[in-house]
Design a binder for this molecule. Sequence first.
Ligand code: SIN
Length: 283
Amino acid sequence: MPDNFERIQVTPVAAALGAEISGVNLAQMDDETFAEIKEAFGRYSVIFFHDQEITPDQHVAFAERWSDININRFFKPLDTHPMIAQVIKEPDQKDNIGGGWHTDHSYDQIPSLGSILYACEVPAMGGDTHFASMYKAYEALSPGMQETLEGLQAWHSSRHNYGYVNVDLESRKDGRIGNPELATQDALHPVVITHPDTGRKALYVNDSFTVRFDGWTQKESQPLLNYLYDHGVQPEFTCRFQWQKGSVAMWDNRATWHYATNDYAGQRRVMHRITLEGVALSA
Ligand code: SIN
């Protein structure tokens, strides 16, 4: 694919998805530069930037170029900026946030477009984030499986992760996760979506929030869901991002899963996340 970018440098990091973008200051850019970033986002599904110094206001301003902000109901927000969720792990904490393959906010009726994560403090080693392409996962399925999945919808829920069920969760007890009373909104989405911007088909279930296929019991659904969860994280469909202080990753929640690696015990990791409003998903 020709690299026809004029204002930014785009370096793919893996065959399946992911590209690093340089030559950009996210705190301030013109519309032409933003248009190229948007083009790269559509092409690579997750884009990475290094050496950014953005204030919370600048983080919000960059996010608002894409869409409205979808305020996370469960993560502890910044006191000064309720639209910025804190993704924190302190040296004495064991559980991290996002340490299972998922896509953000699939439990919302209108799922999120994407998320923009800014690294404020990172461990000396570890804490990488993995991403998987749900375009590639869908495309690698047999025609028979594709046809079966295209006829299905699935229920997604926040209850089992963020609701009263999970009261013993460390991050609940230490206040990183809250508002269990708001974990009530289940949502039905097609299992295979047509991406609203790229027109490509993508698998849209995930291990953290999908509960069952519509019209199927959970017991009936789980074996096929487990097959898809294993299938979706084959190394060929993934990339891995190593953070530095000042790095930013922006991923497409309709086309990717991500997984935050929890391998930095005794060290602190502090990230600021903004999640963007999307549109209703269709098959
Ligand atoms: C998340 O799941 O949104 C957090 C990812 C990360 O901290 O790497």
